[in-house]
Design a protein around this ligand. Structure first.
Ligand code: ADP
Length: 154
C-alpha cells in the first residue's frame, strides 16, 4: 500500500523551515500532499493565491508532491485522499504541547491515522512565518529565511 502523507499548514509565507520538512518527508513517503489550510479565525497576511503560487513554484515539478487548498478537518482531508499520515514539524516544547493536543484528538477521531513529527533542523529552530511577517512589516530583509528561487515581496 502506498504511504501517503499530508503536510498541513498556512504557509504565510512558506519558509526554509517548511521546505526542509517537505524535502525530508519525501524520503519517508510515496506521496506528500502539501495542504494549505484556510482558517476562518486567522486572517492571513498574504493572499491564498500568493501562498499557493509559491508552493507551486517550489514543488510543482516534484512527482511525489501534490499541492492543495482545504478547509475543515485535516483528518477528513486525509480520509478523502487515502492518507494515513500527517506530518508536522517540531521546533520547541511549545510546539510539542500544541501538537500533542491536536494529534491526540485526531487519534481519538481516526485511530488509523498517525501523526509523524520531524524535529526541525537546528538552524531553523527559531524560524517561523510569524517572525518573517513581523520583519516584513518593519521593512526588514527576509530573503535568508525564504526558500531559494522565490521572491515574496508584495
Ligand atoms: P500552522 O498554522 O498549521 O502551524 P504553519 O505554516 O505555521 O501552519 O506550519 C506548518 C507546519 O510547519 C507545522 O508543523 C510547523 O511546526 C512546521 N514548521 C513551521 N516552521 C518550521 C521550522 N522553522 N522548522 C520546522 N518546522 C516548521
Amino acid at each position: 500500500m502506498k504511504r501517503i502523507a499530508v503536510f498541513p499548514g498556512s504557509f504565510d509565507p512558506v519558509t526554509k523551515g517548511h521546505e526542509s520538512i517537505i524535502r525530508r518527508s519525501l524520503n519517508l513517503f510515496d506521496k506528500l500532499i502539501i495542504a494549505l489550510g484556510e482558517n476562518d479565525q486567522k486572517q492571513s497576511y498574504f493572499t491564498l493565491e500568493q501562498r499557493l503560487g509559491w508552493l507551486h513554484e517550489l514543488f510543482g515539478r516534484e512527482q511525489k508532491i501534490e499541492i492543495i487548498q482545504y478547509n475543515g478537518l485535516t483528518v477528513e482531508l486525509c480520509r478523502l485522499n487515502a492518507a494515513r499520515y500527517i506530518v508536522r514539524g517540531l521546533r520547541t516544547s511549545a510546539d510539542f504541547e500544541f501538537e500533542r493536543g491536536i494529534g491526540q484528538m485526531n487519534k481519538l477521531m481516526v485511530p488509523d491515522i498517525e501523526t509523524v513529527f520531524l524535529l526541525c533542523e537546528p538552524e531553523y529552530a527559531s524560524l517561523s512565518s510569524s517572525i518573517v511577517r513581523d520583519i516584513l512589516r518593519h521593512g526588514g530583509n527576509v530573503s535568508m529565511f525564504i526558500p531559494e528561487g522565490i521572491s515574496i515581496y508584495k
